[in-house]
Design a protein around this ligand. Structure first.
Ligand SMILES: [Zn+2]
Length: 173
């Protein structure tokens, strides 16, 4: 079995295109081996089965999406994808197939109903240690941390307060 070079070494040699090409070819070759592939996917599965790892992963993703730059990048990439007629046709076809599945339809309908009831709910927020609120009545979820962060960004620019202390609201974005 091929032993991975430690990350430190990878980083050092990362600038060398020849080394990178070699690394890429080696990785491709490894992936062609069904045994290696099975081993990797089993390892990934194991990592994924650990709730702690899963929570860490989704927290990392959540944080990423809070970054406006990352969000803009993702949105631009998605927009570009949808401009491709081939991709669009594939997505439309996939969606059509999904809607033919009664379980999917039922789930979508349930989501729609839940959303409708959430819209009429006077929420009773229970806020967890991550500043994420869950409504005790309807189960709606809201990220108060992101809202606070947005508010902070609106109030302060380059570390200086934009608004006079005591001002009620920052300008709405
Ligand atoms: Zn509610």
């Amino acid at each position: 079995m091929v032993v991975e070079t430690p990350p430190v070494r990878k980083e050092k040699m990362g600038q060398d295109p020849e080394y990178q090409a070699r690394l890429g070819a080696a990785a491709r070759k490894r992936w062609q081996d069904p045994g290696y592939r099975a081993l990797q996917s089993a390892a990934r599965k194991k990592v994924w089965q650990n709730p702690e790892n899963r929570a860490r992963h989704s927290e990392a993703i959540r944080k990423l999406w809070q970054d406006p730059e990352y969000r803009a990048m993702q949105n631009a990439a998605r927009k570009k994808l949808w401009q491709d007629p081939g991709y669009r046709a594939k997505q439309v076809e996939a969606s059509r197939k999904m809607w033919q599945n009664p379980a999917y339809r039922a789930q979508q309908e349930a989501t729609r109903k839940q959303r409708a009831s959430q819209e009429n709910c006077v929420h009773y927020w229970i806020i967890d240690e991550n500043n994420v609120g869950t409504c005790r009545k309807c189960g709606a979820v809201f990220d108060f941390g992101a809202l606070q962060e947005k508010f902070r960004r609106l109030c302060y620019r380059d570390g200086a307060a934009v608004l006079a202390p005591g001002s009620a609201h920052p300008p709405v974005q």
